[in-house]
Ligand binder design. Structure first.
Ligand code: SF4
Length: 279
């Protein structure tokens, strides 16, 4: 069987950078904490835990010196201020591309635009973007959830996008906003690695008999890649590891396309390729 591995499969630049920063920070002889998991992948989370970095759900007062490691998704200004006030030293692993979205959102607000974020309301990156602002941002996750009445009352809106959003869905939402708001400044802040993944996944399912998408079931960007793949090729399968691959999926296939979400480690991708080669 021919195996076609996507060139964009696996860790993006921001995740790789955040993991490296975490590994380096763990070498400092001080307790290190993180608000939530470093990335949405169980294997990577396990590796980080082994370094001694602890995951916490909320900040509490610090007696001895402690470090708070900010993840690639970033966080709100309020969280940073609270952490500093409570005595944490901050090491910031926010992806530079997320930082850029923060800067654009703040600039839009300062210039008098109502900020609209296209993204998933409950995702930490979106909370971090909205959390840069003095006023409440409007967050829109899908066209059917656009608050039209509210939108129509806005004269000037500035739009930014969660870095991992689906481009087609984003453009659909933007089109509705454009038709209902007098002045709209649109910033397509979907990051380069996400665009590369989405471009490949629009072609690979059409050129392969079977598609295998690797990533944790908690990973939103893997879910988006899987959804695009499934819409183009019904034989698209989402697995977290090589153990989940079923022989029957590949029995009559002549080619298998493989890709992986931005938080999937290379070791997992290698195992999947190895297992499919054996079929
Ligand atoms: S998906 Fe994009 S924005 Fe998010 S961490 Fe990766 S490179 Fe950065």
């Amino acid at each position: 069987m021919k195996i076609n591995l996507a060139t964009s499969a696996g860790f993006c630049f921001g995740v790789r950078r955040a993991i490296n920063i975490a590994m380096e920070t763990a070498k400092i002889n001080k307790p290190v904490f993180m608000l939530g998991d470093i990335v949405h992948n169980e294997e990577v989370v396990g590796q980080i835990q082994k370094t001694g970095i602890k995951k916490i759900c909320r900040l509490s007062a610090v007696k001895k010196e402690k470090i708070l490691l900010i993840r690639a998704h970033g966080c709100s200004r309020g969280t940073l201020q609270k952490a500093r006030k409570l005595g944490y030293s901050i090491i910031d692993a926010t992806c530079p591309m997320v930082k850029e979205i923060h800067a654009i959102a703040k600039r839009l607000e300062n210039d008098g635009f109502k900020v609209i974020v296209i993204g998933d309301k409950s995702h930490d990156e979106v909370k971090g973007i909205a959390g840069q602002l003095k006023t409440k941002a409007i967050v829109i996750d899908k066209p059917e959830n656009i608050p039209l009445k509210k939108i129509k009352s806005i004269k000037k809106a500035g739009v930014v996008v969660q870095s991992t959003q689906n481009l087609d869905k984003t453009l659909e939402i933007f089109d509705i906003l454009r038709k209902n708001i007098q002045e709209v400044e649109f910033h397509n802040t979907i990051c380069k690695p996400t665009r590369a993944k989405q471009n490949e996944i629009k072609i690979m399912p059409l050129k392969n008999d079977v598609m295998i998408i690797i990533g944790s079931k908690t990973s939103a960007n893997t879910k988006r890649i899987y959804e695009i793949s499934k819409s183009l090729n019904n034989k698209s399968y989402w697995v977290n590891s090589s153990k989940e691959i079923k022989e029957s999926w590949l029995s009559r296939a002549k080619s298998a396309g493989i890709t992986a979400g931005a938080s999937t480690p290379e070791s997992t991708i290698r195992e999947v390729v190895k297992k499919i080669k054996k079929q």
